[in-house]
Design a protein around this ligand. Structure first.
Ligand code: BGC
Length: 343
């Protein structure tokens, strides 16, 4: 009898264990596809919002292998190899060096894996070289045009900004990473648009602050020391550098006792929206992190599941296989709109 009870007990235990196992499997992430993601460096203000958008959208739908490429293309290449060997079903790549897209495509091709590039746009011909490669980002030039229009309108509405009254806008420009399509296009089109609006300009300084607020502050410190009040406009390729410029201007006594300097950025990150509200920045251009991260994930999930990249989504691809999320001008007048976009 004792023996019988013992056997029964063992059988009951075995049954309940296997039932538990089945339950665990159903709910476990094993059932979800793995998507390998790289961010060119976690230490980038704007990209931290894109990353968050990807992570939020992935909840319950995919397992993410998220990598910080630490601003090193060699590191990123290794990470891609590891993700492939670990069985990722799709790759979502924020390149360190936009020129490295072909090397990543070679790896993806060999493993027959689809790849979604985002934020740093590969050359069109490189993207076209692999039928399983797509891009999610923006139309880089658009931010420059919108920023230029915003600056031209504000300049015309505030004649006192022309401090020396010579009818010329003397500007300094903090450029993003050279060779980055966003940095090149924003630099070109912002100034061109101001000129097209009939405003004469003089470039006092143009240097790269590498998208970074510390570098932006250092450059602005040096420019204030050199040019002082001769600077009449601070144009920044992104908000990170704009924040650095504002910090520098603050320390030099601007935004106090009626002393003002117009600063304009791109991204509309929450810290900059605060500066606009405080009257320390004129405006920015919304670079929609939530939708860029969202679209990157939607496409990556679809292709990881063997579906068409746009299946069940509202996104559209242009002739260059790119989803382009629009930019929007942001000033104090529509600040709530930008706040919503970053929630
Ligand atoms: C953003 C920058 C960011 C860069 C990273 C740009 O689109 O405006 O803030 O540093 O992307 O690649």
């Amino acid at each position: 009898m004792k023996k019988f009870t013992a056997i029964l007990l063992i059988l009951v235990m075995m049954f309940s264990l296997s039932a538990c196992g089945a339950k665990a499997d159903e709910g476990s992430s094993d059932a979800l596809p793995t998507i390998g993601v790289t961010i060119y460096k976690y230490d980038d203000n704007f990209m931290s919002f894109v990353r968050r958008a990807i992570e939020t959208k992935a909840e319950g739908k995919a397992t993410l292998e998220m990598n910080d490429s630490q601003n090193s293309q060699a590191t990123q290449n290794d990470q891609v190899d590891t993700m492939i060997s670990k069985g990722a079903k799709a790759l979502a790549i924020n390149l360190v060096d936009p020129q490295a897209a072909s090397a990543i495509i070679e790896k993806a091709k060999k493993a027959d894996l689809p790849v979604i590039f985002f934020n740093k746009e590969p050359e069109t011909s490189v993207l076209a070289s692999y039928d399983k490669a797509w891009y999610v980002g923006t139309a880089s030039a658009e931010a420059g045009v919108i920023q230029g229009e915003l600056i031209a309108n504000a300049w015309k509405a505030n004649p006192e900004w022309d401090r020396n009254g010579d009818g010329v806008m003397s500007y300094v420009l903090l450029k993003g990473e050279p060779g980055h399509p966003d940095a090149e296009a924003r630099t070109k089109y912002s100034v061109e648009t101001i000129v097209e609006a009939g405003i004469q300009v003089e470039e006092l300084e143009l240097q790269t602050g590498m998208w970074d607020s510390v570098k932006g502050k250092e450059l602005m410190d040096a420019w204030i020391a050199k040019h002082g009040d001769a600077i009449e406009m601070v144009i920044c390729n992104n908000d990170g550098m704009a924040l650095g410029a504002v910090q520098s201007l603050n320390a030099s006594g601007y935004f106090d006792d009626g002393k003002f300097m117009p600063v304009v950025g791109v991204d509309a990150i929450p810290d900059v929206l605060e500066q606009i509200k405080a009257g320390k920045m004129v405006g920015t251009v919304l670079n929609d992190a939530k939708n860029q991260g969202g679209a990157t994930f939607d496409l990556a999930l679809n292709v990881a599941n063997g579906k068409d990249p746009l299946d069940g989504t509202e996104w559209t691809l242009d002739e260059g296989k790119a989803v382009r999320v629009p930019y929007v001008a942001v000033t104090i007048d529509n600040i709530e709109f930008a706040e919503e976009a970053y929630k």
